[in-house]
Ligand binder design. Structure first.
Ligand SMILES: Cc1ncc(COP(=O)(O)O)c(C=O)c1O
Length: 398
């Protein structure tokens, strides 16, 4: 490994002749042409990430399926890239997502649905859509049974019972949360499904967002619990391990290694013989995207030195609302050494609209462009129009 390379460099995100490039496209030129704020997504990265995951699963089972979680990024180009990869379905969590998946060429049998707190309207749509649904409450089982054809297959989602996530942040932990049956309720949930006329063919668990390597023991325990419920299900065809795989957000991050994840699936779940299903969002698309913004203000105040930009947390809630850091890269001098320490703030009228605090940054000037990375997941797909600052462009390269 070349230690001179920045941690964020990927096969697609590179520095060429001193300029930041995505798949060979000079980002400064692209952003000057299309304006800022601009999301740029790398098609090759989406496909590479998906293929790596498929290859990993193939090492522990012959029967697996990757459903890309489109909630992370539903840009048509990203969905097309996922589809063109081959063997990849879409994971959805709302009727509108199902409709979008269908409109983008995915057949109902290539679409999984995994959502909670579902209305009768949602359930009626899902029953008619032909997509496989994973449900997570007695109420949803009962009401789905009233509208779905007798014998319709469903999955049951279980609460992982552990607090595992990026930085152990409560907002990204799914154990003891609003989602899923308790493992101890498995027999009752199976019984409720039977009474509703549904066939349980899958058990599912989504453990947490951005799982770090330090959570390996918790993932080990949770997959063991998932195996317990899988064994109780006589009509089991699939075990769904959800998403949760992440990448680095800052240099010091140590995400759960794919090999660890694979080994834990191999230890607990693959031997049960059912197909292994996963629903990755972040893993697939986070490193495929960055958000480019223009600096409009640089000013030293008593509070700090502030770098102001033309994009706020309306376009990407991760730093401001979830305390998830993003790397800040200068487009014209991506390898320059730090020359100042500053806060980077957006143009939304809220004190929380801060992208980075006390961050070492290279020498920057008003009018310069910076990129936030990795910004492909849960950025554009979670954008709002707060303060009517919701406009941005998206481009797929590669
Ligand atoms: C049930 C389920 N599956 C998959 C995902 C995708 O997760 P990630 O982006 O961590 O891969 C989520 C995210 O919230 C989820 O709730």
């Amino acid at each position: 490994m070349n230690n001179d390379l920045p941690w964020w460099q990927t096969e697609s995100l590179t520095v060429q002749d001193g300029a930041l490039c995505m798949d060979g496209v000079v980002l400064e030129t692209l952003a000057r042409r299309h304006g800022t704020p601009l999301y740029v997504y790398s098609r090759p990265t989406v496909q590479r990430q998906l293929r790596v995951l498929q290859a990993m699963l193939a090492q522990v089972t012959e029967r697996y399926k990757v459903y890309y979680a489109m909630k992370a990024n539903r840009h048509v180009g990203v969905l097309a890239a996922a589809r063109a990869t081959g063997g990849v379905g879409l994971d959805t969590c709302s009727p509108r997502e199902v409709e979008t998946a269908l409109m983008n060429g995915f057949a109902p049998e290539e679409i999984s649905f995994n959502g909670g707190m579902l209305s009768n309207r949602d359930l009626a749509y899902l029953a008619g859509s032909g997509v496989h649904c994973t449900l997570d409450s007695f109420s949803a089982l009962r009401r789905y049974g009233e509208v779905a054809r007798a014998g319709t297959s469903v999955g049951l989602r279980f609460d992982p019972g552990v607090a595992a996530s990026y930085g152990q942040q409560p907002k990204m932990v799914y154990g003891k949360s609003k989602f899923g049956f308790d493992v101890e309720e498995c027999a009752a949930a199976l019984d409720a499904a039977r009474r509703a006329g549904l066939t349980v063919d899958a058990v599912a668990m989504h453990i947490g967002w951005g799982l770090p390597q330090s959570s390996a023991d918790l993932v080990d325990w949770a997959f063991g619990r998932l195996a317990e419920v899988a064994r109780q299900c006589p009509t089991l065809a699939m075990i769904n391990v959800g998403g949760g795989l992440g990448g680095r957000y800052l240099a010091a991050d140590q995400p759960l290694a794919l090999e660890t994840w694979r080994d834990l699936i191999g230890k607990h779940l693959a031997p049960l013989g059912a197909a292994i299903v996963c629903e990755p969002g972040t893993w697939v698309v986070a490193p495929a995207g960055l958000l480019i913004a223009e600096i409009n203000t640089i000013e030293a105040r008593r509070s700090a030195t502030w770098v102001g930009i033309d994009a706020g947390h309306a376009l990407n809630p991760l730093p401001a609302l979830y305390d998830i850091p993003l790397e800040v890269i200068s487009l014209c001098a991506p390898l320059a050494a730090p020359a100042m320490v500053a806060n980077v703030a957006g143009h939304i009228n809220e004190g929380i609209d801060i992208w980075a605090r006390a961050r070492p940054l290279p020498a920057l000037q008003e009018g310069d462009l910076i990129a936030f990375f990795p910004a492909g997941a849960y950025g554009a797909s979670m954008a709002s129009n707060h303060c009517m600052r919701g406009e941005f462009a998206e481009i797929v390269v590669g």
